[in-house]
Design a protein around this ligand. Structure first.
Ligand SMILES: Cc1cc2nc3c(=O)[nH]c(=O)nc-3n(C[C@H](O)[C@H](O)[C@H](O)COP(=O)(O)OP(=O)(O)OC[C@H]3O[C@@H](n4cnc5c(N)ncnc54)[C@H](O)[C@@H]3O)c2cc1C
Length: 819
């Protein structure tokens, strides 16, 4: 066994072996993998081997697409067959909302180039002759389906062996029966892994330990939010009808999914495999996998299976006469949002996670591809924010993860409405004024563990969402909140913002090297600054305010707390010249905005608020009411006259009461996240995570005014120089969408030119309540970004005409902001 390697992968399931394989394909061959027992001994050996291309996530969809393409070429490359049955995948719909969901997905599929067909019942029957089209209460009529002709199922163990062969042919080492028992940092900054067979030291560690993620994380002090849930499938004996159909020349049937009954069905040696996603499946191994488990399975739980078996038998009567051969009930790793954890571990250098895979056979290829890219190149080649392990924070307690994972599992097949807010493990994190907002009718949502008011139900209005792909019950009330902000004055509680204090003699030059914009040099100035990837993509957005000499206050998206904090921490100079403090949980933030905001705030403070004394894009530390040390920033995300008030958290309650007391005469009211969405789109404000991602440079995002190319080096500058020389390929656009009656764009819709070619994508969309326009923002080929250009956008399967607008269609000259 080698004692030193460049990368050591821990875990020999399909994901670990794929990571090893892809490292060798990137040219890193001094790499090894250790497996505590034998390859595939974890969840991989008993997986059903389905490879669904379908996924609502833009990132995961790309990973799955890569996998399916890779698995098709692996046999020729490695000489190892993988039993890839390209049967296609058929997802049934029995209600209109389900078709809406498929149509929403088709937008994503179109933007990433996944082929699909939306088909009617007759074609379903043609593809799947053994199906009952239904029409009763028990077996509702199939109204349509989504068909992926190019995926199917594979033999997971064979796939792993093919990847192993590919890795070993490039000199990668694999050591079975070698368990990682301890991990520690060496004085030189490498990682020493203790195994039963001696120590291995590695520059980089990859954890790909499946169900063991909790305990392997613990060896490094990481609380990894991946806990498995029980998952079962039934293996049926031979089916006479299926046999007759196949012997009559019928081709292998597509993998069938009846989403509205939460099961999948596929052929298996002239019999069937039926896999449900049941209610009540318990999370397991929250404290780690017990010694005795090893390669074992759980006993089957028939009670949980019965409703799905009955539904499937009604839909496919051929099942009725088949005996049950086996029930497989194994642990399937889950995370609170159902997507895997692929990327750097927080707080530790050169430790990488490839964990939390619930569709690991499908995702392994893509997950290995991008993780290897990240390790070797320093960053991934595609936007990986949706799977970045740092999208979760310290709030993922064991109980939180157990509850959320059980909820995610039983919701695999529910309709994924874009405005869905799941109820379990809530409320978890709340701002100090939670009860006050609740008393004002807040209808809550959750992001990064925080409760956030999505909208406020006026007295007498039902306090709940009717989730939909279309305008819903809250539409009118969100409109009223948006208008309140533009016409009078509104308050938004944005306490979940991520907030850091950066101090010390090196603070300014360090930030300047990190960020593309000029960091403010004068006390009281603030600037919008972007941290870029080396490829020039946007990794983070910060509002940087100079509070005092050698003291900056740095604000970023609430959901980016661990992601940004980890980046800042790992980028700190080692000479002690810069101090970094995460103050997210010690400072709250209220946005007070609207034409009357100055008059309201003036009653709480003696600080002059007139334009000359307190201009737009400046900040002052003020007293407000009884609160001291309030950072007042004259900037906001809604595009109105107003202030962000960042206050010591202990004043939240007082400040809230004082603002409402002062604001009563001016009609101050609460505004929620959905109205903020409407308002920011009217101003073309880009949101980190959807409109600003590593896929686009700030030049493509038309944020040129926030990039100082004449500054000394900053991360990403070289890439921008190259892009400028070659020509910026895409540009950010704001679009008015015509002819919308009830389904506004929401993001991830494809954009088409006059010839019907996909030339970009919408990254966000909403109804602009004050402009009375349906709006989308996104990216097109640069030559199509001129105001007035006519494009088309596809929303839920319908092509709509759209016109490129001048940026910031509401108040384009920012007169209200400067008022
Ligand atoms: C019943 C069932 C059906 C499924 N069907 C499908 C399907 O159809 N399609 C699909 O895409 N997915 C399916 N899955 C999910 C799929 O099985 C997993 O997502 C996938 O196998 C995960 O692979 P992995 O490599 O991450 O983990 P594993 O396969 O669990 O591999 C992890 C490995 O790490 C090793 N290990 C752990 N700790 C250490 C240590 N300290 N030192 C050394 N080695 C260690 C373990 O022994 C194990 O071999 C199914 C799961 C179940 C339970």
């Amino acid at each position: 066994m080698k004692t030193h390697v460049r990368v050591l992968v821990i875990g020999g399931g399909v994901v670990g072996v794929s990571t090893l394989y892809h490292l060798t394909r990137k040219g890193w061959t001094d790499v090894a993998l250790i497996e505590r027992t034998e390859l595939t001994a974890g969840s991989t050996w008993h997986a059903a081997g389905l490879l669904p291309l379908f996924n609502m996530s833009y990132t995961v969809g790309q990973l799955h697409k890569y996998s399916v393409d890779l698995y098709k070429r692996l046999p020729a490359e490695t000489g190892q067959d993988v039993s890839f049955h390209v049967t296609g995948n058929l997802r049934l719909a029995t209600c209109k909302e389900r078709m809406d969901e498929y149509q929403k997905y088709c937008g994503t599929a179109n933007t990433i180039g996944v082929p699909f067909e939306v088909i009617g019942p007759a074609r379903v029957k043609e593809l799947w002759p053994l199906i009952e089209l239904g029409g009763s209460a028990e077996t509702p009529a199939i109204i349509g389906a989504l068909y992926h002709p190019h995926d199917g199922h594979i033999a997971p163990a064979d796939l792993t062996m093919a990847l192993r062969k590919g890795a070993r042919s490039a000199d990668a080492e694999i050591y079975e029966h070698t368990e990682a028992l301890g991990m520690e940092r060496t004085a030189s900054g490498e990682w020493r892994v203790r195994t039963g067979k001696g120590d291995i030291t590695a520059e980089h560690l990859v954890l790909a330990t499946g169900n063991y993620a909790r305990q392997s994380g613990r060896l490094l002090g990481l609380n990894v939010p991946a806990i498995p849930v029980e998952h079962q499938y039934i293996v049926y004996d031979e089916s006479a009808q299926l046999k007759a159909y196949r012997q009559g020349g019928g081709r292998e049937l597509a993998v069938l999914r009846e989403s509205d009954r939460s099961y999948y069905l596929r052929e298996e040696r002239l019999g069937w495999i039926l896999g449900p996603y049941e209610r009540g499946a318990p999370a397991r191994f929250a404290d780690g996998v017990p010694e005795w488990f090893g390669r074992s399975l759980f006993p089957g739980d028939l009670d949980r299976l019965v409703p799905h078996v009955e539904a499937a038998t009604r839909r496919v009567p051929a099942l009725e006469s088949c005996g049950i051969k086996d029930i497989v009930n194994g642990p399937i790793s889950y995370t609170p949002d159902g997507s895997p954890l692929i990327g750097p571990a927080w707080g530790l250098r050169n430790v990488w996670l490839n964990e939390g895979h619930s569709f690991g056979i499908t995702a392994a290829g893509g997950a290995g591809w991008q993780l290897a890219e990240w390790i070797v190149e320093g960053e991934p080649a595609i936007d990986m924010l949706a799977v970045d392990p740092r999208r979760f924070g310290a709030y993922t307690s064991k109980r939180y993860v157990v509850k959320k994972n059980e909820e995610t599992y039983r919701n695999v097949f529910v309709i994924h409405f874009p405005d869905e807010e799941r109820p379990d493990a809530r409320p978890a994190k709340t701002s100090p004024v939670y009860a006050l907002l609740d008393a004002k009718g807040a209808v809550w949502g959750q992001r990064y563990g925080w409760e956030r008011a999505n909208w406020f139900a006026p007295p007498g209005v039902e306090r709940r969402d009717r989730w939909s792909f279309r305008r819903s019950n809250y539409f009118e009330h969100v409109g009223n909140e948006a208008r309140l902000m533009r016409e009078r004055v509104g308050l938004i509680d944005l306490s979940p913002f991520t907030k850091h204090e950066v101090t010390g003699p090196g603070a300014q030059s360090w930030l300047d090297g990190l960020l593309a914009n000029q960091v403010p040099a004068k006390i009281g100035r603030l600037a919008l600054c972007h941290a870029l990837t080396r490829r020039g993509g946007i990794r983070s957005e910060f509002t940087v305010t100079k509070i005092a000499e050698q003291h900056y206050y740095v604000v970023s998206a609430g959901a980016a707390e661990r992601y940004d904090s980890d980046y800042l921490l790992k980028s700190l100079p080692t000479d002690g010249s810069v101090g970094l403090r995460n103050v997210t949980n010690t400072r709250g933030c209220f946005v007070l905005a609207g034409p009357k905001s100055r008059e309201v705030l003036a009653q709480l403070t003696d600080t002059p608020l007139d334009n000359a004394s307190f201009p737009w894009l400046t900040a002052q530390t003020i007293e407000a009411g009884l609160a001291v040390d309030v950072y007042a920033l004259r900037v906001n995300f809604v595009g109105a006259l107003g202030w962000e008030l960042h206050f010591p958290l202990e004043y939240a309650h007082h400040l809230f009461d004082a603002l409402f007391e002062a604001g009563e005469a001016f009609g101050l009211g609460m505004v929620g996240m959905r109205a903020m969405e409407s308002l920011r789109l009217e101003k073309s404000y880009r949101m980190w995570g959807s409109d600003m991602t590593p896929d686009y440079t700030p030049l493509e995002a038309s944020l040129d005014r926030f990039v100082r190319m004449n500054k000394a080096a900053f991360i990403g500058k070289e890439a921008l120089e190259k892009q400028l020389a070659a020509g910026v390929p895409n540009r950010f656009v704001t679009l008015e969408v015509h002819g919308v009656t009830d389904a506004d764009p929401l993001g991830n819709e494809p954009l088409f030119d006059a010839g019907g070619r996909v030339i970009g994508r919408a990254t966000s969309g909403y109804y602009g309540h004050c402009l009375k326009k349906s709006l989308a923002i996104g990216y097109t080929r640069a030559e199509l970004a001129q105001p007035g250009t006519r494009l088309a956008i596809e929303i839920l399967g319908e092509r709509k005409q759209a016109t490129v607008l001048r940026e910031s269609p509401y108040d384009p000259d920012n007169l209200e902001l400067r008022a």
